[in-house]
Design a protein around this ligand. Structure first.
Ligand SMILES: Cc1cc2nc3c(=O)[nH]c(=O)nc-3n(C[C@H](O)[C@H](O)[C@H](O)COP(=O)(O)OP(=O)(O)OC[C@H]3O[C@@H](n4cnc5c(N)ncnc54)[C@H](O)[C@@H]3O)c2cc1C
Length: 429
């Protein structure tokens, strides 16, 4: 049995571990165009900050590939999948045959075609370890650099946090009227923005770059911003092109709950796919590490199980059907956790009105309708957020718990005795 996995990150590693739960013998080849051992992508900003080393960023230990009997092909990309001949074509001209193939190719930074972008010498996107190394080199070389970041989303702000202590000025420009616009509401975004501004960052919201001219950005408003280094963090796009004309693709690769694509023996997982968000019932791209891992693991199990079924060994398939959008992030020691979607009635936390007290921030909003919790935003006090996440993921009927208690004080005591037993891993008698 030959398994081929394209991508050596969360989804690809999840797949290796999924396959090995079922099949210890099959041949696994992991192919990546990056030059590195598997690493945790969200940690690239912490590397610049100095909180982690490259060694500590490893997503799995040094012996991962040998322990799992995996052949790793680094620094080579898959240029084509030949679904008829069942092999992947590599940039070095080799063909790698497969029985089961997983596309775990993630996403790539989207760079809008800004006028004059080619005149900017020191520019970088912020998605990979190589990007982080490049930025590190730029800020080491240019002392007291002025940095312009385009994009006030998660990636742009994590980048800002990573370099703030090493540069003289950071300006963040975004078209949207608020920061983190895809995960925070207006009030929540204002709290986080206020906190970040106190660290010395400048925001130019509702701002749009008209053109670049060397080290200057001219905004639509006519304002000109001078900078030494430009970081492009506008957004990401799923890497779907390998399956063009082979499988169904929408905004991301379309997969079912078993991570199968519409093409025979080809699976897909992670940021390159679109999946069902159980909190809204909508199909979405949820570019999140835990989702990527779980979906990859599910794909791996199913790739192996489909083969085992042929050899008459009874093992079960797995479905990945509990995905929700979720973010657990920190900005300059302020914790933010959000999950689900923000529709329905709103419960506001008691501390919300005062926005930010001197040292403590506490902001809570819960969104619910039709007897279900749909989503939440927690800023500052994020304790027991897992209770809310589980209510959303499991679609727990709110009348089966003491919801008003859960709103105020999330805790197991708000659940019935039976539910508490299940959540604590016990059995219901
Ligand atoms: C700065 C930053 C901060 C983040 N913070 C968080 C966070 O706080 N929480 C969270 O949940 N998520 C966070 N994320 C997102 C998270 O990193 C991704 O959801 C996760 O890495 C997705 O894993 P993946 O395996 O699907 O894809 P990726 O991690 O994108 O890996 C895909 C791999 O496939 C390779 N590849 C693609 N095409 C080919 C090809 N043709 N041939 C060979 N190799 C190929 C790519 O180079 C890449 O190495 C963050 C991301 C960034 C950049």
């Amino acid at each position: 049995m030959k398994y081929v996995i394209i991508g050596n990150s969360a989804a690809g590693i999840g797949a290796v571990e999924g396959i090995r739960q079922i099949d210890r013998q099959g041949e696994i080849t992991v192919i990546t165009d990056e030059a590195h051992h598997t690493y945790s992508r969200p940690l690239i900003s912490y590397l610049l900050y100095g909180k982690v080393t490259e060694e500590k960023m490893k997503y799995r230990g040094d012996n991962f590939y040998s322990d799992n009997n995996v052949k790793l092909k680094k620094s080579v990309s898959v240029t084509k999948i030949d679904a008829d001949k069942k092999h992947a074509v590599l940039s070095n001209g080799d063909n790698v045959p497969y029985d089961k193939l997983l596309v775990a190719s993630g996403s790539s930074p989207f760079v809008p075609p800004f006028e004059g972008l080619d005149t900017v010498k020191e520019k970088v996107t912020f998605m990979s370890l190589d990007d982080a190394r490049k930025l590190d080199e730029m800020i080491t070389k240019k002392k007291d650099a002025k940095v312009l970041i385009i994009g006030a989303g998660l990636i742009g702000l994590k980048c800002a946090e990573g370099i703030i202590k090493r540069v003289s000025k950071i300006t963040v420009v975004d078209l949207a009227p608020r920061i983190l616009s895809s995960i925070l509401d207006e009030e929540g975004a204002a709290i986080v923005q206020n906190h970040i501004e106190k660290q010395g960052l400048d925001f130019l919201l509702k701002g749009s770059v008209k053109k670049f001219d060397g080290n200057s950005a001219v905004l639509e408003s006519g304002e000109t911003i001078r900078f030494d280094i430009l970081v492009l963090a506008v957004g990401v796009r799923p890497n779907t092109s390998l399956l063009k004309d082979i499988a169904d693709i929408d905004r991301g690769i379309i997969v079912n709950g078993k991570s199968e694509t519409s093409a025979k023996d080809i699976y897909a997982a992670g940021d390159c796919t679109q999946t069902l968000d159980v909190s809204s019932g909508q199909i979405k791209i949820m570019a999140l590490l835990p989702n990527a891992y779980m979906q990859g693991e599910c794909a791996g199990i199913n790739m192996a199980v489909s083969q085992q079924a042929v050899s008459q060994q009874a093992v079960s398939e797995k479905t990945f059907d509990r995905a929700i959008p979720m973010n657990a992030i920190g900005f300059f020691d302020l914790h933010v956790i959000t999950a689900g979607n923000y529709t329905g009635d709103v419960y506001q936390g008691a501390g919300n009105s005062g926005l930010v007290t001197k040292d403590q921030v506490s902001y809570k909003k819960l969104f619910y309708s039709d007897n279900k919790l749909n989503g939440y935003i927690l800023i500052g006090d994020i304790e027991k957020a897992g209770i809310y996440t589980s209510l959303i993921r499991e679609r727990t009927p709110l009348d089966s718990i003491d919801f008003s208690l859960v709103c105020e004080k999330p805790g197991l005591m708000a659940f019935t005795k039976e539910e508490r037993m299940v959540k604590l891993g016990g059995r219901v008698s």
